[in-house]
Design a protein around this ligand. Sequence first.
Ligand code: AMP
Length: 483
Amino acid sequence: MEQNLFSRYGLSKEILEALTMLRYHAPTKVQEQVIPEVLDGNDIVVKSKTGSGKTAAFGVPLCEKVDWDENHPQAIVLEPTRELAVQVSNELFHIGRRKRLKVPAVFGGFPIDKQIRTVKQKSHIVVGTPGRTLDLIGREALKSDKVKYVVIDEADLMFDMGFLDDVKKVLSLLPEKRVTMLFSATIDENVEKLSQNYMKEAKDIYLESKTLTVDQIEQIAYEVENEEKFSCLMDVLVQENPKSCMIFCATRDMVNVLYRQLRKAKVRCCMLHGLVDQKERLRVIEDFREGRFYYLIATEVAARGIDFEEISHVINYDFPTSKESYVHRIGRTGRNGKSGKAISFVRQEDIKMKQSVERYTNVPIQMAEKVRFSDNDSERAEKEKEFRKRQQQKMQPKKSKGAVFQKDITRLSIGGGRKSKLRAGDIVGTICSMEGVTAEDIGIIDVRDSITYVEILNKKGKSVYEQLQEKTIKGKRRKVKMR
Ligand code: AMP
C-alpha cells in the first residue's frame, strides 16, 4: 500500500491509521504549512480559502499533541454556530478515533446538564460556541487550567461585536502559556489588530492566491426582477438538474416561502434558518449530508464553514448583502479540489454589490443569458423529464464519514451507572481481566445515570459481550446488551 504522506510529520500510529481510514493520504496546502507550526507550539494566524482542509490543519496536530491520560480538556476550539461546532467536533473525533479521544461539542439552546456531564467525563478537546463555553468554564464543569491550545475558527466573525466579549472572556480564563490559533477564509486588518492582543508573535500563514474564491467554481449571474425569480429558479433547476444544491435567501421568511413553493412544485428540498427548532436543524444537516434531500434552502446561517460533500451548485436566490458572505456562500461548493457552479440572481439594486464582490474576489461573475424555454419546447420537455426522474429516484443515503471506523467497533450497554456509583475504572478493570483483551481494546466509555455505554474495539466486541454474561463488574453481574 502507498505510504501516507502525513507520516513525514512523525505522527503516532493511531493518528496515521485514522487519516488513512478517512482517505486523507496527503496533506493539503494549508495543512502542509500549519501542521509543523502547531507541532512546534507556535501561535498562528491562518487565512485560507473555504474547503481547503482548515479543520484537519489544526485537528491533526491537536489530536497528536493531546495526552490521552489527562482527564481535563487540553484544547478548546471556538466556533460561531452550533452546526459548525458539531461538524468540527465530528471531524476531530474521527481524526482522534484510533487514539480514543473524546471531543464533545457544546453550544447553547440545548440543556446544559447533559453537556456538563459529558465535558466532565474525561474530554480531551472541547469544541464550542463562545457563550456556552464561557458558561461551562464559569461553572467549573470545563476546567481550563490544563488547556494548552485554543483555536478561534471563523476568526473574522468571532471578533465581530456579537461574539467579541465572550471570546475575550474565554481567552482571559485560559492559561497564559498556551498556543493560540486563528483561522478564516476572510481575515482583514481589524482581525489582525485585535489578534495581537491575544497572541505572542504570531506567524501569519496566508495562502497566497490572486483570487479569494476557488478557481474550480464557475460563477455566473442572471439579471432578474423580483417577480420572475421563482420561474427563473425552476428553469435553472430544470436546465442544470443539480445533484446537490444549496439555495440562499436573504431572510427566514423568504426561505419559508421558497420552501413551500418548491414543495408545491414537487421538488425535494429541506430548509434551514435560525428559527427552525435546534434539533431539527441538526437533523436537516445530517439528512442533507447523507443525501436524503437534493436541495437545501437556507439563510446565512448555513453559509459558513459547513462542509457538505459534493455540493454541485450554489444558487444565490437573493444576492448577498456583503462581499464576505458571497465568498462563504459559494464556498459550499468546489470543496476539496472538486468543481462546482455558483449561480446568482441579480436585480438592478444588487448590481453595485455584485461589482463590489468582483473587486473583492478578483473574479468576474459572468452575466449569462437567461434559460429560455417556451412551454411547448421539446428541449424543455426532455430536460423536465430528466429533472423529474431525479426527483422521484429512490435515494441511496451516503455513508457518513465515521462509518469506516464502525466496522471494528461494538457498542455495549451495561446495566448500572452514576446512581449506583459505577465508574469507568470498574468496567475497564473487569474487561481487562478477560483473556486476549487489553485496555487498548476499550474505546469510549459513557457513564449515564443508570446505564453505561462502552465501545469495544478491534473486533473483540462479541468475545467481551460473551464473557460479560459470566463476569461481574463491581461485584455484580450486569445486564449487558450489544447495541
Ligand atoms: P475544511 O476546509 O476543513 O472544511 O475541509 C474540506 C473538506 O476536505 C472536508 O470534507 C475534509 O474532510 C476534506 N479533507 C481535509 N483534509 C483532507 C486531506 N488531507 N485529504 C483529503 N480530504 C481532506
